[in-house]
Design a protein around this ligand. Structure first.
Ligand code: SIN
Ligand code: FE
Length: 299
């Protein structure tokens, strides 16, 4: 075992569910594990596509100006489909996927059922090798990072993501996951640039951001960039490789769990936001960890 390899059990919890509206109780406290930054892994939770839906699995369906096809179910707003005649089929698929994710939340994360909000899901059709080749290091998600939205400050709200590998040809999605957030924060905080309320105000005024970036949002973006820019950390930082086969799903707080997608193609992904106050243990949130380290409020 290489010395930078983190223990698999401390990073991943495996759950046996086969059904999105699972009723079989598990003895594992899924919320506690997630809030500790672990990945919940469901090796047998597949999202089955109809024969007609399988014909949608082709990168040509994605608008060349976008990375993925995305859907906001509450607005019924679909973005990024390049082929006009395929809109309805993609929308139906993403609406059904969203309902499956809602059912999963209800059965395994019931504590969050009233507080998760702003759902967006995506159909990811490009091979990871293609987006790696065409993007800058900042957008290169094959480097370990925590998620932070450059244009949509979230003021500490949690980013919960549910992923499902739908590859029809048996190809795994290969990830790396990294160290616990408190260790990550202690490692990177001393290197992060200072926050300027004036620059945040200006970025909001000229439309770079949708609302003003808080000190928290500034730090998370800086951390995202500092991690990706540090090639020594990428290679030798604490990490664990995980393979997610087709027909499996996994969940994590992607603002907390360092992750990198190394290879694979064809995935469904659902994002929800969660207020820090809705957590069972708010002290585990990146916001509270950073505030404790810096001894001041950050939003
Ligand atoms: C990411 O969130 O960094 C990418 C995840 C993936 O595409 O597997
Ligand atoms: Fe990410």
């Amino acid at each position: 075992m290489p010395e930078n390899e983190i223990n698999r059990e401390s990073a991943i919890v495996t759950l046996p569910y086969q059904d999105w509206s699972a009723t079989s109780p598990s003895s594992i406290d899924a919320v506690a594990a997630l809030e500790q930054g672990k990945v919940l892994f469901f090796p047998h939770l597949a999202f089955n596509l109809t024969e007609a839906e399988k014909t949608l699995l082709t990168p040509e369906l994605v608008d060349p100006k976008r990375k993925n096809i995305s859907y906001q179910p509450e607005q019924q707003k679909l973005t990024g489909v390049a082929i006009e005649g395929k809109h309805e089929a993609v929308q139906k698929l993403l609406a059904r996927h969203h309902r499956a994710c809602q059912a999963l939340v209800l059965s395994i994360l019931p504590e969050y059922r009233h507080t998760l909000h702003t759902p967006t899901n995506s159909l990811r059709l490009h091979p990871i090798s293609a987006w790696k080749a065409s993007n800058s290091w900042r957008k290169d998600d094959t480097r370990l990072h925590v998620d932070a939205f450059p244009s949509r400050p979230n003021y500490g709200e949690r980013i919960l993501r549910i992923f499902t590998n739908i590859n029809p040809a048996g190809e795994n999605r290969h990830w790396r996951v990294g160290e616990p957030f408190p260790e990550l924060a202690q490692r990177f905080l001393p290197r992060l640039g200072r926050y300027s309320p004036f620059i945040s105000w200006l970025q909001d005024k000229v439309g770079i951001t949708k609302t003003r970036r808080s000190h928290y949002d500034h730090l998370m973006l800086q951390m995202h960039d500092a991690m990706k820019a540090d090639l020594e950390y990428q290679k030798n930082g604490p990490q664990q490789a995980i393979e997610f086969p087709p027909g499996s799903s996994w969940i994590c707080f992607s603002d907390q769990t360092p992750h990198a997608a190394m290879s694979g193609q064809f995935m469904l992904e659902q994002t929800f936001l969660l207020p820090v106050a809705a957590m069972k243990t708010p002290q585990n949130s990146p916001l509270k960890v950073l505030e404790a380290l810096l001894h001041k409020p950050l939003i």
